[in-house]
Design a protein around this ligand. Structure first.
Ligand SMILES: O=P(O)(O)OC[C@H]1O[C@@H](O)[C@H](O)[C@@H](O)[C@@H]1O
Length: 314
């Protein structure tokens, strides 16, 4: 295994607070330029994304490419043969305040509504880069999120989230490790809220038959319990449904000619979401197939939870 490591702590904006980050962004033309030069051989480079937010670009020697924003630790693009398999909503904002609506946002430490803001805070905090590697020619980047005053105001615990992203010729893999760095236990729910490019009328998901369901349609506050009976689940209208104890592999036909395998370890549940007329301008162009952990994960001090996801195309 070839491995080239690089530490990013010397790069000022990567470990900064949101206000520092904005300040650095305004004055960082040189920093971006030198980063580009230093890292291009790794297939990992940092550049200026939309809204002047730092964006990491992974380029595989096999031609695939991925992009992610440090804001939210959000992967926004995964291109194979120049075709983006992920979707970013046209109403997405890149202002370092609101979560980026699209790609692969994190829901952590809460999935959906609850005591804190919808889907938790991880999708609107700045993650930092702790390492980048070249593993057998494939670019790898590792991001980290730790608690700070913003998260503490909502969830008063010390934690570390490490998020490794690996780009291969036809796959995009992630590993999320949540560690309790506090001296008291905590619990959380979480999801990778993946938006896939799709033609909604032709899209379908296989692998969910037999799962227990919590259907948030028609009343999200009182989900209906049921069981999925279909081999092939389609998106004929509004869909917002949790699948409990989903299998370790789902197959998405995006209706655009691609079959995408969605494999996981430890993401025990899945969520399908299509907003239909709630998002008239774009609902036809994507479906969300989310790996999730709806039942709470409980971690004592120094304990960790690890979950992997592998998206691959045939
Ligand atoms: O608009 P948000 O906060 O990103 O959430 C979008 C959707 O996310 C899904 O995961 C939920 O199941 C839906 O209920 C929710 O509406």
């Amino acid at each position: 295994m070839a491995r080239v490591s690089m530490t990013w702590s010397s790069i000022p904006f990567l470990n900064s607070s949101p206000s520092d980050l904005r300040r650095v962004n305004r004055h960082s033309v040189m920093a971006f330029a030198s980063l580009k030069k230093e890292t291009s051989s790794l297939g990992v480079r940092v550049t200026e994304g939309q809204g002047n937010l730092p964006k990491v670009v992974l380029t595989s020697p096999h031609g695939s490419e991925a992009e992610l924003y440090l804001f939210g630790g959000c992967i926004t693009s995964w291109k194979v043969s120049n075709k983006d398999l992920l979707f970013v909503r046209p109403d997405a904002v890149f202002n370092g305040q609101k979560p980026i609506s699209g790609g692969v946002p994190h829901c952590f430490p809460q999935f959906g509504p609850g005591p804190m803001q919808q889907h938790g805070f991880a999708r609107n905090m700045n993650w930092s880069i702790v390492d980048s590697q070249d593993v057998e020619g494939n670019p790898v980047v590792i991001l980290e999120l730790k608690d700070g005053p913003y998260s503490r105001a909502m969830w008063d615990f010390s934690f570390q989230a490490m998020y490794k992203i690996i780009l291969d010729a036809k796959s995009l893999s992630t590993e999320l490790v949540i560690t309790n760095t506090d001296n008291k236990p905590f619990s959380f729910s979480t999801a990778l809220h993946t938006y896939f490019s799709a033609s909604v009328s032709g899209a379908s998901v296989k692998g969910l038959k037999g799962c227990k369901t919590l259907n948030k349609d028609p009343d999200p506050k009182n989900p209906l319990e049921g069981e999925e009976e279909r081999d092939v689940v389609t998106f004929p209208g509004f869909v917002d449904c949790v699948y409990l104890e989903a299998p370790s592999e789902l197959l998405l036909d995006n209706g655009l000619g691609d079959k995408i395998s969605i494999r996981n370890t430890s993401w025990t549940d899945a969520v399908l979401w299509s907003p239909y007329l709630q998002m008239e301008a774009c609902y036809k162009d994507f479906v969300c197939v989310e790996n999730a952990k709806i039942g709470k994960v409980e971690l004592g001090p120094n304990q960790s939870w690890t979950a992997t996801q592998r998206l691959s195309i045939g």
